[in-house]
Design a protein around this ligand. Structure first.
Ligand SMILES: C[S@@+](CC[C@H](N)C(=O)[O-])C[C@H]1O[C@@H](n2cnc3c(N)ncnc32)[C@H](O)[C@@H]1O
Length: 407
């Protein structure tokens, strides 16, 4: 597609300075515009620290920000049906939009919702003082390969306290914040985590694998002060948060919806209510959610296998298409006329499988107009590399986003 044709095209407002390369993708006889450029650059402002919560295959906040800023107004509803750590919801709330967030894994809500109500660090410190640091006993799950006995006692006491407060209906925003931070500090590869050196925090090793890691490295779990680490991470997450951003978050929290449903059926969302969906679906068999999340599930009193059961992990494209076709029908129902869907498909199987070719027909069959595909060309600066780490590990190395509009 020449630049003259591109100028009049429906994706042209994503290249106002005319930077970027235009091409055409033909799918089942229809031509779609493809715009490739570096959409989020070092020149743009950095993402808020509040996003610094790790999750497998999460995307960078700059991705939802691009679409939220271009395609919505303040106060409009932004949705993510496969929310993960809640990148879309947190970014939309920071930008003064209303939010709806869904993920079949209950861990998503644990990680996302508390960040819409960031507490005063003093309140977190006072609460931590009230929580017992031992005496919870064991539940038969052996965690000795990850934790020093004193750290494990603190962790078990914290877990028991949080679960009891929740069961009694006494938990508040400060408890939920502490739970979110602790869930993120469970395991990792630096002294900032509760555990001895292990895999990165979004990928818990099995007990057997951790024993092997310990043996190979000749390590035994050192003591880690869980309260100090929770406070430290709290301060990091809140660093740089401005007054207006805090006000936007609280506004969004007032009406935010966090659902734990299969994305194909979300009856809580009203017809025609969503201005913009920004999402990245589970890719074909790339991520092992049950194995990766067993310790996070344990800490939150969730059954990891039951959680994993509902998660879409199709190995075959046909099965994936069948699920996503239904998801698109549901997205069409909830989207308002003139509203948009930005559906990230990554680049899988080293670029040999182009999911956009499967996604464009699904969206159009559901009633959307396919506007085209944006490809973010990542410049591998040091920072970009850090941002891209999760996606690279999962086998994707560029962002490919299919855009639809409801007629
Ligand atoms: C690629 S991740 C999304 C990551 C997210 N963009 C972020 O930044 O954290 C896909 C998510 O889809 C969820 N999921 C898988 N199958 C689902 C389904 N059928 N309905 C709803 N959520 C599902 C998984 O639990 C996972 O959190």
């Amino acid at each position: 597609m020449g630049s003259a044709a591109a100028k009049g095209h429906s994706l042209a407002f994503f290249a106002p300075d005319e930077e970027g390369e235009w091409s055409e993708l033909r799918v089942a006889g229809t031509g779609y515009a493809v715009l490739t450029r570096e959409f989020w650059t070092a020149r743009q402002r950095q993402a808020a620290n509040l996003h610094e919560v790790s999750y497998r295959a999460c995307y960078k906040p700059q991705l939802p920000r691009l679409f939220i800023e271009k395609l919505t107004q303040a106060g409009e509803l932004v949705y993510d049906p496969f929310a993960g750590r809640g990148t879309t919801a947190v970014e939309a709330a920071l930008l003064g939009r209303r939010v709806a967030s869904n993920d079949i894994s209950p861990l998503s809500r644990v990680l996302a919702a508390p960040r819409l109500e960031p507490p005063d660090p003093e309140a977190v410190a006072r609460r931590l003082e009230r929580i017992p640091s031992g005496g919870a006993g064991s539940d038969g799950v052996d965690l000795s390969m990850f934790y020093h006995p004193d750290t494990e006692a603190e962790l078990r006491a914290l877990r028991a306290w949080l679960l009891e407060r929740e069961a009694d209906g006494l938990d508040d925003g400060v408890d939920r914040w502490i739970r979110m931070v602790a869930t993120n500090r469970l395991t990792g590869h630096s002294p900032g985590f509760f555990s001895v050196y292990t895999l990165p925090p979004n990928q818990a090793a099995s007990a057997a694998k951790q024993r092997v890691i310990n043996q190979k490295r000749g390590q035994t779990p050192p003591y880690r002060n869980t309260r100090e680490l929770i406070l430290k991470k709290t301060l990091q997450l809140l660093k740089g948060l401005t007054g207006p951003e805090r006000a936007n978050l609280l506004d969004a929290a007032g009406s935010a919806r966090f659902l734990t449903r299969d994305a194909r059926r979300t009856p809580e969302l009203e017809d025609g209510s969503v201005a913009l969906t920004v999402t990245s679906p589970p890719f074909l068999d790339v991520v092992q959610y049950a194995g990766d999340n067993w310790l996070r599930c344990w800490f939150n009193g969730l059954d990891a296998l039951a959680v994993a059961d509902g998660i879409t992990m199709s190995r075959k494209l046909d099965a994936w298409v069948a699920v996503m076709t239904e998801v698109f029908r549901e997205l069409h129902r909830v989207t308002r006329p003139g509203g948009h869907v930005a559906f990230e498909v990554g680049e899988i199987q080293r670029g040999t499988l182009r999911l956009e070719e499967a996604v464009l027909p699904m969206g159009t069959a559901a009633g959307f107009a396919g506007l085209g595909v944006l490809v973010n060309r990542q410049a591998f600066t040091k920072t970009a590399h850090i941002w891209g780490v999760d996606n690279n590990a999962a086998g994707t190395n560029s962002n490919r986003i299919v855009i639809f509009r409801k007629r």
